[in-house]
Design a protein around this ligand. Sequence first.
Ligand code: IPM
Ligand code: MG
Length: 350
Amino acid sequence: MLRLALLPGDGIGPEVIDQATRVLGAAAARFDLAWQHETLDLGAERYLRTGDTLPEASFVHLRDDFDAIVVGAFGDPRVPSNVHAKDILLGLRQRLDLYVNLRPVKLLDARFCPLKGRGPSEIDMAIVRENTESVYTGIGGHLRKDTPHEVAQSVMIHTRMGCDRLLRHAFALARTRRGVLTLCDKANAIPHAHGIWRRALAAIAPEFPDVEARTLYADVAAMRMVTHPHEFDVVVGDNLMGDILSDLAAALVGGLGLAPSASLHPGLHALYEPVHGSAPDIVGTGKANPLAAILSVGMLLRDFGHTAAADAVDGACANAVLSGETTPDLGGNLATSEVGTYICAHVSRA
Ligand code: IPM
Ligand code: MG
């Protein structure tokens, strides 16, 4: 029995999670999977109503009672500080120690690539982003805040354990793909906090002699992703480099509407979410593209060993994209729920 916690969240989050849940239902029926889900009321509404962001009881429930968490999006203009999003999303990454952030980036159709003359065979990478350290730990502070003499500090932390475990995960992934791993860092400008990554890479690479390990400065990597995207297979970065490069990479294949992700502590915890945000401006219009959420569910099914179901979901999404059965952001004229219906129909007859 696959036990899932759903956190639809804010804005278009509930709309895309509704479709992702329908697709899970269709996949479960077609492939005979037993699953159950519980929707947790966490997000801006709850925060505005009660002041709760991630109450301890909800955290313990999420930690102890589910195989995986499926997130929609967090962010609401009525909460300008975004404190709830920070507590829930960054809080779960930290507190469940979800150290791998995996963002596959695959071009399905040349139409969606903003680069001239590039096709699907040339853009297929997996961004493996460290998800708990770097400048995301919250360590830092202000001195003389709001005075002309203010000092602001955010500390960049990397631990050797954190580098090693992420690199081993990335190397193992590279083995199942084209066997090229590129570490992207700023070790030239940040020799301490990013130098540790290069030393960790040099120490671990011999464990994976079948993988080609390369290093690139992240600024150069940003340029080469545009000029030579085919050179990238598994891309590794710290929390900050990975954040920035994963948006750049997503833009190469059609933007955030097609970008799924997983935040994992392998063997212990798993959280799946579309990379996009809550898009408050299109709530209720039927324009929200559910494909990133549905592809995230595909990643979930694959991780839990339901390969045929995952193939059916991925295949149905590719089919929708290739035949123009999409929301307007990808050039189609379907509404959010119609895309869901199309995917469900394909999965049911897969
Ligand atoms: C992401 C987002 C988050 C991040 C923001 C919302 C804090 O950009 O998941 O990539 O920087 O990690
Ligand atoms: Mg980001």
